[in-house]
Design a protein around this ligand. Structure first.
Ligand code: HEC
Ligand code: HEC
Length: 293
């Protein structure tokens, strides 16, 4: 916390407690006497009393204020200043360090085993599954089957490559797939031809004349990334079209939207959060899932 913010918090904290104290003082001064009334009368004879506040009651208020001040001094309530020097961040870091002491060795041992071997080690897979549920399932689903825009990790198709080093690189540094949009460059007819051609590459029935027209365009504008036969390129993360596994969906309108507007799917880097050893175990876990479908 910067000095400015600490001062800001301090001023408000002190003003608050002082204000509460002043209020109690004001009420403590006996401004009425026992048996006094406000003068309000209901139903002819029901009067509203105006007795002074009982001393024990006011005493309780003073106790809460004293308790508050003790707490303020011990814990960081005046910005960053506190007697105990305790902070949430430090407590968190201590707990992480304590956990690292317990689990660090286990993961270090897993990290010494090559990934293909690790991917059939039940203890490593069980640890990998826990890590996956906590860190990856929000996007890829707890069964790793993904959703639109989030790849299915349980199938046998890989956008960024299935070699252990490629999976480790994906998880470590994250990935950004850049599919440029062609809406500005092409007229509707050209885009429709390309939609047909992508469907042809996926093995669907497409009119031969449309295929011939699409092939020319495809070779000029798409094959550099998606490959001449549409088998993709793991270096760029360009998906293959030669199967019915789609990242964004295989309907003609979805394919059309992709070509017109482009897309930039992003997998965030996980290594800064998890460390290399856990990434290693996760890669083994992901590898063990592939081909389950
Ligand atoms: C914020 C969402 C998000 C989180 C969290 C996330 N991912 Fe991803 N992941 C993605 C997206 C999106 C892609 C596809 C990137 C693209 O379009 O190129 C992806 C791609 C991948 C791929 C590449 C798949 C392929 O076919 O090549 C792997 C492997 C992967 N993620 C594993 C993981 C693991 C393991 C974790 C947890 C440690 C994780 N992801 C956490 C969103 C996420
Ligand atoms: C610069 C390289 C590049 C070029 C050129 C390119 N693409 Fe892509 N394309 C990609 C990448 C990378 C992705 C994945 C996007 C993501 O991960 O979000 C993609 C995704 C797609 C998808 C979605 C596939 C799925 O599984 O859902 C379609 C369809 C597509 N491209 C068609 C085309 C067509 C047609 C052309 C030519 C007009 C083309 N692309 C040109 C890189 C490229």
């Amino acid at each position: 916390m910067t000095l400015g913010w600490s001062l800001f918090v301090l001023v408000f904290a002190v003003a608050n407690v002082a204000g509460a104290g002043a209020l109690i003082l004001w009420f403590s001064r006996a401004r009425t006497t026992e048996g006094a009334t406000t003068g309000h009368v209901w139903d002819g004879d029901v009067e509203e009393g105006n007795n002074p506040m009982p001393r024990w009651w006011l005493g309780l208020f003073w106790l809460t204020i004293i308790w508050g001040i003790v707490f303020f001094v011990l814990y960081p309530s005046f910005g960053e200043w506190s007697l105990l020097g305790w902070s949430q961040t430090e407590q968190y870091e201590d707990e992480v360090a304590a956990a690292e002491e317990v689990y660090g060795e286990i993961f270090a041992a897993f990290a010494a085993t090559p990934i293909p071997e690790l991917s059939s080690n039940p203890a490593a897979l069980s640890a990998g599954r826990n890590l996956f549920v906590n860190n990856c399932a929000t996007c890829h689903g707890s069964d790793a089957r993904g959703a639109r825009g989030y790849p299915n990790l349980a199938d046998d198709e890989w956008q960024w490559g299935s070699a252990p080093e490629q999976i480790v690189a994906t998880i470590t540094n994250g990935r950004t797939g850049v599919m440029p949009g062609f809406g500005q460059r092409f007229d509707d007819e050209t885009i429709d031809t390309l939609v047909d051609y992508v469907q042809f590459l996926a093995g669907r029935d497409v009119d031969a004349a449309r295929v011939a027209a699409g092939e020319t365009q495809y070779r000029s504008f798409c094959s550099a990334c998606h490959g001449p036969t549409g088998d993709g390129n793991p270096i760029l993360g360009a998906p293959a079209f030669t199967n019915e596994t789609w990242l964004y969906g295989g309907g003609a309108s979805v394919i059309r939207d992709l070509i017109v507007n482009g897309r930039m799917g992003q997998m965030p880097a996980q290594e800064p959060l998890l460390g290399a050893d856990r990434v290693h175990v996760l890669a083994a876990y992901v590898l063990s899932l592939s081909g389950q479908e």
